[in-house]
Design a protein around this ligand. Structure first.
Ligand SMILES: [Mn+2]
Length: 442
């Protein structure tokens, strides 16, 4: 059902982290207002939202009716033409306009209240209000807000940064903002070549537990020279979120009979000294990072040597089957939407697989599908009329990275785990999130 709120919080087109964080922060300051995002958001914000959809489930402009709006709260913008199709409100008589922005010369919206003040980020302005009013912030909210603040201040390094920005950052860290997550989503720019290598590394990533450490290996053959491979390996380790990560690059330089092997490692844990490992391979480095060049060595053999060096008893890498939930709650395709709605509410689920017969998967119904309902009578219709029939599924032996990639690419929050045509479990966005946040019990 399209929502017809009387108060709305929104921000500029191509929303960045400061914009998204400000919308979320304003939602805490104006709890009666409906946060709304523009249709277009920045690619890294889109990535963040796909992973955190269950926590920051903010409707887009096209899901909202403006008819009943009497109050508009604009954050991180101060011009009508930066908003996504809000023009019809411009002439609305008696519209209560509130603007929060951090550039004094940014616009001309005639607002009644809010704050427009030179500051490193809009998030800072709103954080100060939250602090003053002693509002409670979850670590997730604090993390998003710190990402917004850091993005617009270049981690407090841009000359536009004010002391207030740093105080606000301190406040958010105190509220348990997670810097690992912040850094993961605010990655520095890097070139096409590095990007291609990183993607190939992620594709080839194999994660395993060795001697109690989570370790990831990627073996890759690269052509010619690629600079900044160490940066790529560092990013790779951040993304796969392991104690230590290794990139083993085989370069096929012409006229060389045997390929040369370059191994670069990154460690984020004290007990695993990367310098020591690399010295054993004839290279060098320090505890956090190191590398080695090996002639006449096959990549598989290099990986074996490293594994031996880290030592010991191997376990299988984490698979979907380790993370999934079962048995699976599903609904028959003939179940009414009414019943499904009741079930979702009762169980607190955001979606359910739809089956025909015992366990033949025919679709997935999610809370979002209920927005397609226009009339009361449609609640009596069978779920098959509203479900998405292109259900994405995943095999139990694949990695959580794989699941996350499917969820991001197809914008789904849950994947039925299917083996031999039957649903054997389900993996949700929060399951994979828990994995990425490393909250998995050992
Ligand atoms: Mn901003």
């Amino acid at each position: 059902m399209q929502s017809t709120p009387s108060a709305i919080i929104t921000t500029h087109r191509n929303a960045d982290f400061d914009a998204l964080a400000s919308v979320v922060a304003a939602g805490l300051i104006y709890p009666d207002a409906q946060p709304v995002l523009p249709k277009q958001v920045n690619p890294n914000v889109r990535g963040f939202l796909s992973i955190h959809k269950d926590i920051f489930d903010i409707p887009r402009r096209d899901e909202i009716e403006l008819d009943a709006v009497r109050r508009l709260i604009v954050v991180d913008a101060n011009r009508w033409d930066r908003l996504d199709r809000f023009e019809e409100l411009r002439e609305r008589t008696g519209l209560d306009l509130i603007v929060w922005d951090h550039h004094e010369d940014s616009g001309q919206m005639p607002h009644r209240s809010g704050r427009i003040m030179e500051m490193g980020s809009t998030t800072t302005l709103l954080t100060r209000v939250l602090d003053r009013r002693r509002k409670l912030l979850t670590p997730m909210q604090a993390t998003l807000m710190l990402a917004g603040l850091y993005e617009d201040t270049g981690n407090l390094s841009f000359s536009s940064t004010r002391a207030e920005d740093a105080y606000a950052a301190g406040y958010l860290l105190d509220r348990k903002a997670d810097l690992t997550i912040v850094n993961k989503f605010l990655r520095p720019a890097y070139g096409e070549k590095q990007k291609a290598v990183l993607f190939d590394m992620l594709k080839a990533a194999r994660r395993q537990k060795i001697n109690g450490y989570s370790v990831s290996f990627s073996r890759l053959s690269i052509e010619g020279h690629v600079s900044s491979l160490a940066v790529v390996v560092a990013m790779y380790r951040d993304i796969v979120n392991v104690d230590a990560a290794f990139g083993i690059f085989e370069s096929s330089v012409r006229k060389r009979k045997r390929a040369r092997c370059m191994v670069i490692g990154r460690s984020g844990i004290e007990g695993l000294d990367m310098g020591a490992i690399m010295r054993s391979l004839g290279g060098g480095g320090h505890p956090g990072a190191g590398s080695a060049q090996l002639r006449e060595a096959r990549p598989e053999a290099v990986e074996g040597m490293i594994r031996d060096l880290i030592a010991g008893n191997q376990q299988a890498s984490v698979q979907i089957s380790d993370l999934m939930s079962f048995p699976v709650q599903s609904v028959d395709e003939t179940t009414s939407m009414e019943t499904v709605a009741r079930l979702l509410r009762k169980k607190g689920y955001t979606g359910l697989p739809v089956v025909r017969g015992e366990d033949l998967l025919v679709g997935v119904i999610s809370r979002r599908d209920f927005r397609k309902i226009r009339k009361e009578a449609q609640l009596k219709a069978p779920v098959k009329a509203f479900m998405s029939t292109e259900a994405r599924t995943i095999a139990p032996g694949l990695s959580p990275i794989h699941a996350a990639r499917i969820m991001v690419r197809h914008d789904v929050g849950r994947l039925p785990v299917v083996a031999k045509g039957k649903i054997i479990g389900i993996i949700t966005r929060s399951d994979t999130m828990r994995y990425f946040y490393d909250l998995l019990p050992d």
